[in-house]
Write a protein that binds this ligand. Structure first.
Ligand code: NAD
Ligand code: DAU
Length: 353
Protein backbone atom coordinates (compact mmCIF):
# COMPACT_ATOMS: atom_id res chain seq x y z
CA UNK A 1 0.00 0.00 0.00
CA UNK A 2 1.15 3.50 -0.79
CA UNK A 3 1.81 5.28 2.54
CA UNK A 4 2.31 8.70 0.94
CA UNK A 5 -0.18 11.47 1.54
CA UNK A 6 -2.19 12.20 -1.61
CA UNK A 7 -5.04 14.52 -2.46
CA UNK A 8 -7.48 13.20 -5.06
CA UNK A 9 -10.16 15.16 -6.92
CA UNK A 10 -13.14 12.94 -7.77
CA UNK A 11 -15.57 14.71 -10.07
CA UNK A 12 -19.10 13.30 -10.17
CA UNK A 13 -18.40 11.73 -6.77
CA UNK A 14 -22.04 12.07 -5.69
CA UNK A 15 -23.20 9.79 -8.51
CA UNK A 16 -23.41 6.00 -8.61
CA UNK A 17 -19.86 4.89 -9.50
CA UNK A 18 -18.15 8.01 -8.14
CA UNK A 19 -19.63 7.56 -4.65
CA UNK A 20 -18.69 3.88 -4.57
CA UNK A 21 -15.18 4.84 -5.67
CA UNK A 22 -14.76 7.56 -3.01
CA UNK A 23 -15.74 5.08 -0.27
CA UNK A 24 -13.43 2.41 -1.74
CA UNK A 25 -10.44 4.77 -2.01
CA UNK A 26 -10.74 6.30 1.47
CA UNK A 27 -11.07 2.85 3.06
CA UNK A 28 -8.15 1.37 1.14
CA UNK A 29 -5.68 4.27 1.42
CA UNK A 30 -5.65 5.75 4.94
CA UNK A 31 -3.22 8.50 3.91
CA UNK A 32 -5.39 9.79 1.06
CA UNK A 33 -7.78 12.73 1.11
CA UNK A 34 -10.61 13.22 -1.39
CA UNK A 35 -12.26 16.35 -2.77
CA UNK A 36 -15.58 15.65 -4.50
CA UNK A 37 -16.71 18.16 -7.11
CA UNK A 38 -20.30 17.56 -8.19
CA UNK A 39 -23.03 19.65 -9.78
CA UNK A 40 -25.75 17.52 -8.12
CA UNK A 41 -27.80 17.00 -11.27
CA UNK A 42 -30.84 14.71 -11.03
CA UNK A 43 -28.33 11.80 -10.81
CA UNK A 44 -26.16 13.31 -8.06
CA UNK A 45 -27.22 12.64 -4.50
CA UNK A 46 -25.47 13.63 -1.28
CA UNK A 47 -27.18 10.69 0.45
CA UNK A 48 -24.80 8.45 -1.54
CA UNK A 49 -21.96 9.97 0.51
CA UNK A 50 -23.67 10.38 3.90
CA UNK A 51 -21.56 7.69 5.60
CA UNK A 52 -18.39 8.99 3.94
CA UNK A 53 -19.06 12.51 5.17
CA UNK A 54 -19.75 11.31 8.71
CA UNK A 55 -16.62 9.17 8.89
CA UNK A 56 -14.04 11.19 6.97
CA UNK A 57 -15.00 14.87 7.27
CA UNK A 58 -13.92 15.04 10.95
CA UNK A 59 -10.55 13.53 9.91
CA UNK A 60 -10.25 16.24 7.23
CA UNK A 61 -9.94 13.55 4.57
CA UNK A 62 -13.14 14.45 2.71
CA UNK A 63 -14.41 17.74 1.30
CA UNK A 64 -17.42 18.39 -0.92
CA UNK A 65 -17.54 21.19 -3.50
CA UNK A 66 -20.86 21.90 -5.19
CA UNK A 67 -20.19 23.02 -8.75
CA UNK A 68 -19.92 22.38 -12.45
CA UNK A 69 -16.82 20.88 -14.11
CA UNK A 70 -17.43 23.36 -16.94
CA UNK A 71 -16.90 26.29 -14.53
CA UNK A 72 -13.17 27.12 -14.59
CA UNK A 73 -13.23 29.11 -11.34
CA UNK A 74 -14.88 26.36 -9.30
CA UNK A 75 -12.59 23.77 -10.88
CA UNK A 76 -9.47 25.79 -9.97
CA UNK A 77 -10.59 25.98 -6.34
CA UNK A 78 -11.50 22.30 -6.09
CA UNK A 79 -8.37 21.03 -7.84
CA UNK A 80 -5.83 23.09 -5.88
CA UNK A 81 -3.47 20.84 -3.89
CA UNK A 82 -4.58 17.70 -5.80
CA UNK A 83 -2.08 15.30 -7.35
CA UNK A 84 -4.74 13.06 -8.93
CA UNK A 85 -7.90 13.87 -10.86
CA UNK A 86 -10.47 11.17 -11.60
CA UNK A 87 -13.14 12.47 -13.92
CA UNK A 88 -16.38 10.56 -13.32
CA UNK A 89 -18.63 13.60 -13.85
CA UNK A 90 -20.83 13.13 -16.88
CA UNK A 91 -24.30 13.01 -18.23
CA UNK A 92 -24.39 9.23 -18.31
CA UNK A 93 -27.72 7.95 -19.62
CA UNK A 94 -28.09 6.98 -23.30
CA UNK A 95 -31.87 7.46 -23.33
CA UNK A 96 -31.57 11.02 -22.00
CA UNK A 97 -28.88 11.76 -24.62
CA UNK A 98 -31.37 10.79 -27.32
CA UNK A 99 -33.90 13.24 -25.84
CA UNK A 100 -31.48 16.14 -25.34
CA UNK A 101 -27.87 15.82 -26.57
CA UNK A 102 -26.73 19.40 -25.77
CA UNK A 103 -26.02 18.91 -22.08
CA UNK A 104 -23.96 15.80 -22.91
CA UNK A 105 -21.66 17.83 -25.16
CA UNK A 106 -21.46 20.58 -22.55
CA UNK A 107 -20.46 18.31 -19.65
CA UNK A 108 -18.80 15.29 -21.25
CA UNK A 109 -16.72 17.22 -23.81
CA UNK A 110 -16.47 20.88 -22.74
CA UNK A 111 -16.40 20.09 -19.01
CA UNK A 112 -13.62 17.57 -19.57
CA UNK A 113 -11.64 20.24 -21.46
CA UNK A 114 -11.98 22.67 -18.52
CA UNK A 115 -10.65 20.00 -16.12
CA UNK A 116 -7.75 19.19 -18.46
CA UNK A 117 -6.82 22.88 -18.73
CA UNK A 118 -6.68 23.29 -14.96
CA UNK A 119 -4.67 20.07 -14.58
CA UNK A 120 -2.23 21.41 -17.19
CA UNK A 121 -1.77 24.57 -15.12
CA UNK A 122 -1.13 22.50 -11.98
CA UNK A 123 1.37 20.31 -13.82
CA UNK A 124 3.26 23.35 -15.12
CA UNK A 125 3.25 24.98 -11.66
CA UNK A 126 4.61 21.74 -10.15
CA UNK A 127 7.40 21.69 -12.73
CA UNK A 128 8.40 25.20 -11.67
CA UNK A 129 8.58 24.10 -8.04
CA UNK A 130 5.27 25.75 -7.08
CA UNK A 131 3.27 23.06 -5.30
CA UNK A 132 3.70 19.31 -5.48
CA UNK A 133 4.06 17.55 -8.85
CA UNK A 134 0.81 16.72 -10.61
CA UNK A 135 0.69 12.93 -10.96
CA UNK A 136 -2.27 11.60 -12.93
CA UNK A 137 -5.48 12.53 -14.71
CA UNK A 138 -7.75 9.50 -15.12
CA UNK A 139 -10.59 9.92 -17.61
CA UNK A 140 -13.44 7.50 -16.91
CA UNK A 141 -14.87 6.45 -20.26
CA UNK A 142 -17.10 3.68 -21.53
CA UNK A 143 -17.19 0.57 -23.72
CA UNK A 144 -19.96 2.30 -25.69
CA UNK A 145 -17.27 4.15 -27.69
CA UNK A 146 -16.63 0.86 -29.58
CA UNK A 147 -20.26 0.71 -30.72
CA UNK A 148 -22.03 -2.57 -31.50
CA UNK A 149 -19.66 -5.57 -31.41
CA UNK A 150 -21.09 -8.45 -33.47
CA UNK A 151 -18.49 -11.08 -32.49
CA UNK A 152 -15.45 -11.35 -30.23
CA UNK A 153 -14.44 -8.69 -27.69
CA UNK A 154 -13.23 -5.11 -28.11
CA UNK A 155 -9.56 -4.40 -27.54
CA UNK A 156 -8.18 -0.99 -26.69
CA UNK A 157 -6.78 -0.41 -30.21
CA UNK A 158 -10.08 -1.09 -31.97
CA UNK A 159 -11.69 1.76 -33.92
CA UNK A 160 -14.29 3.98 -32.24
CA UNK A 161 -17.76 3.62 -33.76
CA UNK A 162 -19.95 5.79 -31.59
CA UNK A 163 -23.65 5.58 -32.35
CA UNK A 164 -25.49 7.57 -29.66
CA UNK A 165 -25.06 11.21 -28.57
CA UNK A 166 -23.88 9.82 -25.21
CA UNK A 167 -21.13 7.62 -26.67
CA UNK A 168 -20.08 10.35 -29.11
CA UNK A 169 -19.75 12.84 -26.23
CA UNK A 170 -17.76 10.36 -24.13
CA UNK A 171 -15.47 9.70 -27.11
CA UNK A 172 -15.01 13.47 -27.48
CA UNK A 173 -13.96 13.72 -23.83
CA UNK A 174 -11.45 10.92 -24.00
CA UNK A 175 -10.00 12.08 -27.32
CA UNK A 176 -9.44 15.51 -25.78
CA UNK A 177 -7.75 13.87 -22.78
CA UNK A 178 -5.47 11.92 -25.12
CA UNK A 179 -4.67 15.13 -27.01
CA UNK A 180 -3.52 16.74 -23.73
CA UNK A 181 -1.22 13.77 -23.13
CA UNK A 182 0.36 14.06 -26.58
CA UNK A 183 0.44 17.85 -26.91
CA UNK A 184 1.16 19.03 -23.37
CA UNK A 185 2.59 15.89 -21.76
CA UNK A 186 -0.27 15.84 -19.22
CA UNK A 187 -0.11 12.46 -17.42
CA UNK A 188 -3.41 11.10 -18.72
CA UNK A 189 -4.80 7.55 -18.56
CA UNK A 190 -8.18 6.49 -19.91
CA UNK A 191 -10.43 3.67 -18.71
CA UNK A 192 -13.32 2.19 -20.69
CA UNK A 193 -15.78 0.48 -18.39
CA UNK A 194 -18.66 -1.83 -19.26
CA UNK A 195 -22.21 -1.71 -17.76
CA UNK A 196 -22.11 -1.38 -13.97
CA UNK A 197 -24.66 -2.47 -11.40
CA UNK A 198 -24.71 -2.40 -7.61
CA UNK A 199 -25.73 -0.16 -4.69
CA UNK A 200 -26.57 3.56 -5.11
CA UNK A 201 -27.43 3.38 -8.83
CA UNK A 202 -30.09 5.95 -9.74
CA UNK A 203 -33.23 3.95 -10.56
CA UNK A 204 -33.53 4.80 -14.26
CA UNK A 205 -30.99 2.31 -15.71
CA UNK A 206 -32.01 -1.26 -16.50
CA UNK A 207 -31.06 -3.12 -13.31
CA UNK A 208 -32.13 -0.62 -10.60
CA UNK A 209 -35.25 0.38 -12.55
CA UNK A 210 -36.35 -3.21 -12.92
CA UNK A 211 -35.54 -4.17 -9.34
CA UNK A 212 -37.45 -1.20 -7.91
CA UNK A 213 -40.36 -1.60 -10.35
CA UNK A 214 -40.58 -5.29 -9.41
CA UNK A 215 -40.59 -4.38 -5.70
CA UNK A 216 -43.44 -1.94 -6.42
CA UNK A 217 -45.35 -4.43 -8.64
CA UNK A 218 -44.97 -2.05 -11.60
CA UNK A 219 -44.31 -3.22 -15.21
CA UNK A 220 -40.70 -3.97 -16.27
CA UNK A 221 -40.19 -2.29 -19.69
CA UNK A 222 -38.05 -4.35 -22.11
CA UNK A 223 -36.79 -2.58 -25.25
CA UNK A 224 -37.40 -4.39 -28.55
CA UNK A 225 -36.92 -8.15 -28.33
CA UNK A 226 -34.79 -8.05 -25.15
CA UNK A 227 -32.00 -10.02 -26.86
CA UNK A 228 -29.35 -7.28 -26.46
CA UNK A 229 -26.12 -8.23 -24.69
CA UNK A 230 -24.23 -6.12 -22.15
CA UNK A 231 -20.93 -6.95 -20.39
CA UNK A 232 -22.24 -6.54 -16.82
CA UNK A 233 -19.77 -5.65 -14.07
CA UNK A 234 -20.26 -5.08 -10.34
CA UNK A 235 -19.44 -1.48 -9.44
CA UNK A 236 -16.79 -2.58 -6.91
CA UNK A 237 -14.94 -4.47 -9.65
CA UNK A 238 -14.98 -1.24 -11.65
CA UNK A 239 -13.58 0.60 -8.61
CA UNK A 240 -10.74 -1.88 -8.15
CA UNK A 241 -9.99 -1.71 -11.89
CA UNK A 242 -9.77 2.09 -11.77
CA UNK A 243 -7.60 1.86 -8.64
CA UNK A 244 -5.22 -0.50 -10.49
CA UNK A 245 -5.02 1.84 -13.48
CA UNK A 246 -4.64 4.93 -11.28
CA UNK A 247 -1.62 3.47 -9.49
CA UNK A 248 -0.06 1.07 -12.01
CA UNK A 249 -1.33 2.02 -15.45
CA UNK A 250 1.02 3.38 -18.06
CA UNK A 251 0.62 7.05 -18.96
CA UNK A 252 -1.05 7.74 -22.30
CA UNK A 253 -2.66 4.29 -22.36
CA UNK A 254 -6.28 3.11 -22.46
CA UNK A 255 -7.54 0.22 -20.30
CA UNK A 256 -10.79 -1.70 -20.70
CA UNK A 257 -12.51 -2.60 -17.42
CA UNK A 258 -15.17 -5.29 -17.91
CA UNK A 259 -17.23 -7.95 -16.26
CA UNK A 260 -15.32 -11.16 -16.89
CA UNK A 261 -16.98 -12.62 -19.95
CA UNK A 262 -20.30 -14.22 -18.86
CA UNK A 263 -22.82 -13.22 -21.53
CA UNK A 264 -26.48 -12.67 -20.73
CA UNK A 265 -29.17 -11.15 -22.91
CA UNK A 266 -31.27 -8.46 -21.24
CA UNK A 267 -34.27 -10.74 -20.97
CA UNK A 268 -32.28 -13.24 -18.87
CA UNK A 269 -31.35 -10.41 -16.50
CA UNK A 270 -35.01 -9.40 -16.23
CA UNK A 271 -36.13 -12.99 -15.54
CA UNK A 272 -33.43 -13.33 -12.85
CA UNK A 273 -34.51 -10.09 -11.16
CA UNK A 274 -38.14 -11.23 -11.07
CA UNK A 275 -37.12 -14.58 -9.60
CA UNK A 276 -34.91 -12.97 -6.94
CA UNK A 277 -37.67 -10.51 -6.02
CA UNK A 278 -40.29 -13.27 -5.96
CA UNK A 279 -42.46 -11.53 -8.57
CA UNK A 280 -44.39 -12.92 -11.59
CA UNK A 281 -43.19 -12.82 -15.23
CA UNK A 282 -46.46 -11.14 -16.15
CA UNK A 283 -44.79 -7.88 -15.03
CA UNK A 284 -42.62 -7.93 -18.19
CA UNK A 285 -43.80 -5.37 -20.73
CA UNK A 286 -42.24 -5.16 -24.21
CA UNK A 287 -41.90 -1.57 -25.45
CA UNK A 288 -40.65 0.09 -28.66
CA UNK A 289 -36.89 -0.29 -29.05
CA UNK A 290 -34.34 2.47 -28.33
CA UNK A 291 -33.32 4.29 -31.57
CA UNK A 292 -29.85 3.17 -32.72
CA UNK A 293 -29.77 0.56 -29.93
CA UNK A 294 -26.36 -1.16 -29.82
CA UNK A 295 -27.04 -4.89 -29.88
CA UNK A 296 -23.96 -6.20 -28.10
CA UNK A 297 -20.97 -4.97 -26.10
CA UNK A 298 -18.08 -7.17 -25.01
CA UNK A 299 -14.69 -6.18 -23.64
CA UNK A 300 -11.33 -7.90 -23.64
CA UNK A 301 -9.69 -7.05 -20.30
CA UNK A 302 -6.35 -8.81 -20.92
CA UNK A 303 -4.41 -5.55 -20.75
CA UNK A 304 -5.76 -4.68 -17.28
CA UNK A 305 -5.38 -8.26 -16.07
CA UNK A 306 -1.68 -8.06 -17.00
CA UNK A 307 -1.46 -5.44 -14.20
CA UNK A 308 -2.82 -8.02 -11.73
CA UNK A 309 -6.52 -7.03 -11.70
CA UNK A 310 -9.27 -9.66 -11.58
CA UNK A 311 -13.02 -9.13 -11.16
CA UNK A 312 -14.31 -10.56 -7.85
CA UNK A 313 -18.03 -10.81 -8.61
CA UNK A 314 -20.01 -13.09 -10.90
CA UNK A 315 -23.32 -11.74 -12.15
CA UNK A 316 -25.43 -14.35 -10.33
CA UNK A 317 -24.14 -13.48 -6.84
CA UNK A 318 -23.76 -9.78 -7.61
CA UNK A 319 -27.38 -9.50 -8.77
CA UNK A 320 -28.62 -11.36 -5.69
CA UNK A 321 -26.75 -8.94 -3.39
CA UNK A 322 -28.03 -5.99 -5.41
CA UNK A 323 -31.67 -7.09 -5.19
CA UNK A 324 -31.13 -7.49 -1.42
CA UNK A 325 -29.61 -4.00 -1.21
CA UNK A 326 -32.60 -2.35 -2.95
CA UNK A 327 -35.00 -4.44 -0.85
CA UNK A 328 -33.31 -3.26 2.36
CA UNK A 329 -32.79 0.38 1.32
CA UNK A 330 -36.21 1.52 0.19
CA UNK A 331 -35.70 4.81 2.07
CA UNK A 332 -32.82 5.54 -0.33
CA UNK A 333 -34.64 4.96 -3.64
CA UNK A 334 -38.32 5.64 -2.92
CA UNK A 335 -37.86 9.45 -2.68
CA UNK A 336 -35.90 9.40 -5.96
CA UNK A 337 -38.85 7.94 -7.87
CA UNK A 338 -40.91 11.12 -7.57
CA UNK A 339 -40.86 14.64 -9.06
CA UNK A 340 -38.38 14.86 -11.96
CA UNK A 341 -38.20 11.07 -12.21
CA UNK A 342 -41.95 10.74 -12.71
CA UNK A 343 -41.84 13.34 -15.52
CA UNK A 344 -38.97 11.50 -17.19
CA UNK A 345 -40.73 8.14 -16.74
CA UNK A 346 -43.89 9.45 -18.37
CA UNK A 347 -41.98 10.81 -21.40
CA UNK A 348 -39.81 7.73 -21.69
CA UNK A 349 -42.31 4.92 -21.11
CA UNK A 350 -45.93 6.07 -21.03
CA UNK A 351 -45.77 8.37 -24.09
CA UNK A 352 -43.25 6.06 -25.84
CA UNK A 353 -43.78 5.81 -29.61
P1 NAD B 1 -24.24 9.00 -12.68
O1 NAD B 1 -25.15 9.61 -13.69
O2 NAD B 1 -24.80 8.13 -11.62
O3 NAD B 1 -23.41 10.15 -11.95
C1 NAD B 1 -22.87 11.25 -12.63
C2 NAD B 1 -22.48 12.28 -11.57
O4 NAD B 1 -21.88 13.39 -12.24
C3 NAD B 1 -23.68 12.84 -10.78
O5 NAD B 1 -23.36 12.91 -9.41
C4 NAD B 1 -23.89 14.22 -11.36
O6 NAD B 1 -24.44 15.15 -10.43
C5 NAD B 1 -22.46 14.59 -11.75
N1 NAD B 1 -22.41 15.60 -12.81
C6 NAD B 1 -23.09 15.59 -13.98
N2 NAD B 1 -22.78 16.70 -14.69
C7 NAD B 1 -21.85 17.38 -13.95
C8 NAD B 1 -21.15 18.58 -14.17
N3 NAD B 1 -21.32 19.32 -15.27
N4 NAD B 1 -20.28 19.00 -13.22
C9 NAD B 1 -20.11 18.28 -12.07
N5 NAD B 1 -20.77 17.15 -11.82
C10 NAD B 1 -21.63 16.69 -12.76
O7 NAD B 1 -23.14 8.24 -13.54
P2 NAD B 1 -22.37 6.89 -13.23
O8 NAD B 1 -23.15 5.75 -13.73
O9 NAD B 1 -21.89 6.90 -11.85
O10 NAD B 1 -21.12 7.06 -14.23
C11 NAD B 1 -19.94 7.73 -13.79
C12 NAD B 1 -18.95 7.80 -14.94
O11 NAD B 1 -18.65 6.49 -15.39
C13 NAD B 1 -19.48 8.56 -16.15
O12 NAD B 1 -18.40 9.27 -16.70
C14 NAD B 1 -19.93 7.46 -17.11
O13 NAD B 1 -19.84 7.88 -18.44
C15 NAD B 1 -18.91 6.39 -16.79
N6 NAD B 1 -19.35 5.00 -17.00
C16 NAD B 1 -20.53 4.57 -16.47
C17 NAD B 1 -20.89 3.22 -16.61
C18 NAD B 1 -22.17 2.68 -16.02
O14 NAD B 1 -22.52 1.53 -16.29
N7 NAD B 1 -22.91 3.43 -15.22
C19 NAD B 1 -20.05 2.35 -17.31
C20 NAD B 1 -18.85 2.85 -17.85
C21 NAD B 1 -18.51 4.17 -17.68
O1 DAU C 1 -21.82 0.13 -21.45
C1 DAU C 1 -21.53 1.09 -20.48
C2 DAU C 1 -22.69 2.05 -20.36
O2 DAU C 1 -23.73 1.32 -19.71
C3 DAU C 1 -22.37 3.31 -19.59
O3 DAU C 1 -21.38 4.02 -20.28
C4 DAU C 1 -23.62 4.16 -19.39
O4 DAU C 1 -23.32 5.26 -18.56
C5 DAU C 1 -24.69 3.31 -18.73
O5 DAU C 1 -25.88 4.05 -18.65
C6 DAU C 1 -24.93 2.02 -19.50
O6 DAU C 1 -25.59 2.28 -20.76
P1 DAU C 1 -26.76 1.34 -21.32
O7 DAU C 1 -27.55 2.08 -22.30
O8 DAU C 1 -26.22 0.01 -21.73
O9 DAU C 1 -27.57 1.12 -19.94
P2 DAU C 1 -29.11 0.97 -19.62
O10 DAU C 1 -29.20 0.50 -18.22
O11 DAU C 1 -29.89 2.19 -20.00
O12 DAU C 1 -29.57 -0.20 -20.57
C7 DAU C 1 -29.03 -1.50 -20.49
C8 DAU C 1 -29.73 -2.36 -21.52
O13 DAU C 1 -31.09 -2.56 -21.13
C9 DAU C 1 -29.78 -1.75 -22.90
O14 DAU C 1 -29.70 -2.79 -23.86
C10 DAU C 1 -31.15 -1.10 -22.95
C11 DAU C 1 -32.01 -2.04 -22.11
N1 DAU C 1 -33.12 -1.42 -21.35
C12 DAU C 1 -32.86 -0.35 -20.57
C13 DAU C 1 -33.85 0.25 -19.81
C14 DAU C 1 -33.58 1.44 -18.95
C15 DAU C 1 -34.39 -1.98 -21.40
O15 DAU C 1 -34.62 -2.98 -22.12
N2 DAU C 1 -35.38 -1.40 -20.65
C16 DAU C 1 -35.16 -0.31 -19.86
O16 DAU C 1 -36.13 0.17 -19.22
Amino acid sequence: MNAEKKQVLVTGGAGFIGSNFVRYLLEKYPTYGVVVLDKLTYAGNLENLADVREKYEPQERYRFVHGDIADAEVVAEAMQDCQFVLNFAAESHVDRSIEEPGQFIQTDVYGTYILLEQARKLKEAGEQGEGSPFERFVQISTDEVYGHVATGSSKEGDPLETRSPYSASKAGGELMAHAYYVTYGLPVIITRGSNNYGPYQYPEKLIPLHITNALEDEPLPVYGDGQQVRDWMHVLDHCSGIDTVMHQGQLGEIYNVGGGGDEYVNLEIVHTILKLAGKPESLIKYVVDRPGHDRRYSLSTEKLQALGWQPQYNLKDGLKQTVEWYTNNREWWEPLKSGEFKEYYRRQYIDRK
